[in-house]
Design a protein around this ligand. Structure first.
Ligand code: GUN
Ligand code: FE
Length: 434
């Protein structure tokens, strides 16, 4: 067991921060928190080593719930098109390069290094259609000691030949990765204490990229191996109209996934949901589907403003995603800021609903998002210790309360203030990058 002393802040509930000034958190050998307290004698931990971080802040690590690792080279460029032409003109040509495993490894190292810098210890990631490159990405996460659900992307229509894979090959590629990285659900309470940090996730790209046969095969894989599912949903108006044409029998875009067992039959996360309402919203709630809110991507691809306050009030599960390279920023702390700003735009249009406050968005980014990985995102006993130590000494901490210090780090800080990173109780060293 180890004990960490610092100013500890986390969100057990969405409405307020738990703040332990000069507090202690005890972490067992299995990487789980055993207690958090103001005084050492409140913890049952005689003889445990104490690591004293002095005046620094100790907070839960970040979770990026929707991100495309193979789009890292396009990060911050090609912002002049909306979703569908952006995919065809910029994204698909870049992803085609991942047939080359050397290119893939170089870019994936670069991508993960940036995630590490910004304190993102868990991710839900899209790879590409290429099995071998996706395997490399999973190996790199394993080596780094960072948690990830990684998807080999399924796509077989409306894309260049280089990214088109037939159904049998898609199933075979997935089964190869499942054989190597494990299939039965990492979320099972019976096995979660043994679960590997890196697991496959079934990843149909989105309805326009997948024939009904491929969607059906994806649903069968998710069910057979009890694996989670990720995809895109109701992101952009032109995309939604296209899905309605492609899937006339479906009652909604979400229903098009649901019909194939890809909408909460196993743990499911859907990116964007900017335009989700009515029947689709009811289905999400009923099936416990999580939304990955991607505010920068929704701005850059001119997709819209996701109504996160409404979704939160409806009880929908939510996390935050960078969605690079639709999004431009891998710093998840800045994503909290953007999400608050989007909700303030909604408030401008309708004063009936309050905009998000800091504890709500912090809870969404940590404990709510973390629930997709098991018990992650809080320092309550039983939670896996995913944590960051923040040295904000350059931000004039003596002049601010602890909560304002955290707020300032989120708004104006960056990776230079993150001095230690932990994933499941283990300190994560800087991964190698070319
Ligand atoms: N929909 C299908 N593919 C993508 C993608 O790569 N990025 C975004 N933002 N939306 C998508
Ligand atoms: Fe995306």
């Amino acid at each position: 067991m180890k004990i960490y002393k610092a100013h500890i802040l986390f969100t057990k509930e969405k409405d307020r921060f738990e703040v332990y000034e000069n507090g202690y958190v005890a972490v067992g050998d299995d990487g789980r928190v055993t207690g958090v307290a103001k005084n050492l004698d409140e913890l049952d931990c005689d003889g445990a080593e104490i690591v004293d971080y002095g005046d620094k802040l100790l907070i839960p690590a970040m979770n990026d719930m929707h991100v495309h690792a193979p789009q890292v080279h396009n990060q911050g460029v090609a912002m002049d098109l909306e979703l569908l032409p952006w995919l065809q003109n910029y994204t698909f040509p870049e992803e085609s390069k991942y047939a080359d495993v050397e290119y893939a490894e170089r870019m994936y190292r670069r991508f993960m290094h940036t995630q590490w810098l910004f304190g993102t210890m868990r991710s839900v990631v899209f790879g590409t259609v290429h099995t071998e490159s996706t395997r490399i990405l999973m190996k790199l996460y394993q080596e780094a000691g960072m948690g990830a659900l990684v998807g080999k992307v399924a796509m077989n229509r409306n894309c260049p030949d280089a990214l088109c894979e037939d159904v049998d090959a898609a199933v075979e590629g997935n089964e190869k990765l499942i054989a190597e990285f494990g299939g039965d659900s990492h979320l099972s309470p019976l096995t979660s204490h043994l679960s590997p940090l890196v697991r496959p996730i079934i990843t149909p790209r989105f309805v326009p990229s997948c024939t009904p046969e491929l969607l059906k095969a994806c649903g069968e894989l998710a069910n057979k191996y009890q694996l989670p599912v990720q995809s895109h949903l109701s992101e952009n108006v032109s995309e939604i109209a296209w899905v309605a044409e492609l899937e006339p029998e479906s009652k909604s875009y979400g229903d098009a996934y649901n019909r194939y067992g890809l909408f909460g039959q196993t743990p499911t996360i859907m990116a964007h949901c900017v335009w989700t309402k009515g029947e689709e919203l009811e289905l999400m709630k009923r099936n416990g589907v999580m939304v990955a809110h991607c505010p920068t991507s929704n701005f850059n691809l001119s997709s819209g403003m996701a109504p996160i306050r409404s979704l939160l009030d409806e009880g929908v599960r939510i996390g935050l995603g960078s969605d690079i390279s639709g999004g431009h920023d891998l710093n998840m702390f800045r994503m909290l800021v953007y999400a608050i700003q989007v909700s303030k735009m909604h408030y401008q249009l309708n004063h009936d609903k309050a905009f998000l406050n800091l504890s709500e968005i912090f809870w969404i980014a940590t404990k709510s998002a973390g629930s997709f990985f098991g018990k992650v995102g809080s320092f309550e006993p039983g939670y896996e210790f995913d944590a960051l130590v923040i040295d904000d000494s350059v931000l004039y901490p003596a002049e601010y309360s602890l909560l304002h210090r955290l707020e300032r780090f989120i708004y104006v800080g960056d990776d230079r203030q993150i001095v230690h990173r932990f994933c499941r109780g283990k300190e994560v060293p800087e991964p190698k990058v070319d």
